[in-house]
Design a protein. Structure first.
Length: 239
């Protein structure tokens, strides 16, 4: 049976920790395949640390905020050091459903993919939450940029619900983008010749806290992601 780690970056998620952790524990209690959990407290300024300790959650606390890229890479370094076969990124805000993890890891277990993205957009009925119309437009434009750069169409380009096999764990532990990590790292992986798949998942709207991408940043974010993809050079590996 695969050794699997859920990497959960968390910044100011005090109101979401318990519900998310309980859902994972409930899943483990009712399934043969168990998931280990690692929360990354990314320099939170609220009571995230207290909640993690109160509920005895396995976690790493960063002394300062590194952003989503640095927090997630911390999780990949942990996964590599502890010899996990598969690592799954999940957001700490409760938008991702642990019951969908088995669908995300299936292509890896079947040997057809190295990186699998949980998508809201490849099946219109899979997820009621699709994000705002403007963000969906941005995602489509980013998708066009990735396709132009790699020849591969990715539908949910900014999804933080992803599974990586051991080869990708090694890559991401060594090098992971700090700016726009999901679309840029996906582009890197495709440029390196790895296989990327996308599966339909259900996602939920954030109940508590504030998204890291505020509405006023949407245009800035979209333009800079597209430029980062278009100008991308080199490889993840240090050959």
């Amino acid at each position: 049976m695969s050794k699997i780690l859920l990497i959960i970056p968390s910044y100011n998620e005090e109101k979401n920790i318990k519900k998310l952790f309980d859902s994972i524990c409930q899943y483990n209690d009712s399934h043969e395949q168990k998931y280990d959990v690692l929360f990354i407290n990314d320099g939170s300024k609220d009571n995230t640390e207290q909640q993690l300790c109160l509920h005895d959650c396995n976690h790493v606390t960063l002394i300062q905020n590194l952003g989503i890229g640095g927090a997630v890479q911390t999780g990949y370094k942990y996964a590599l050091e502890h010899n996990y076969d598969i690592a799954i990124q999940m957001d700490g805000d409760g938008q991702h459903d642990v019951n969908c993890v088995e669908n995300i890891i299936r292509p890896i277990q079947e040997g057809t993919a190295n990186l699998v993205i949980g998508s809201r957009f490849i099946d219109s009925s899979s997820s009621k939450f699709k994000s705002s119309a403007f963000r969906r437009l941005g995602i489509k434009l980013i998708s066009m940029a990735i396709r132009m750069k790699t020849g591969k169409r990715i539908y949910d380009t900014t999804s933080g619900f992803r599974a990586a096999d051991y080869s990708i764990i090694k890559e991401f532990a060594s090098s992971y983008p700090t700016e726009y990590p999901e679309p840029v790292s996906t582009t890197f992986v495709l440029k390196n010749g790895y296989k990327v798949d996308e599966v339909a998942v259900s996602m939920y709207e954030r109940e508590n806290g504030v998204s890291s991408i505020r509405s006023w940043k949407n245009i800035y974010y979209m333009i800079n992601v597209i430029l980062s993809i278009i100008l991308l050079k080199g490889k993840l590996k240090n050959d």
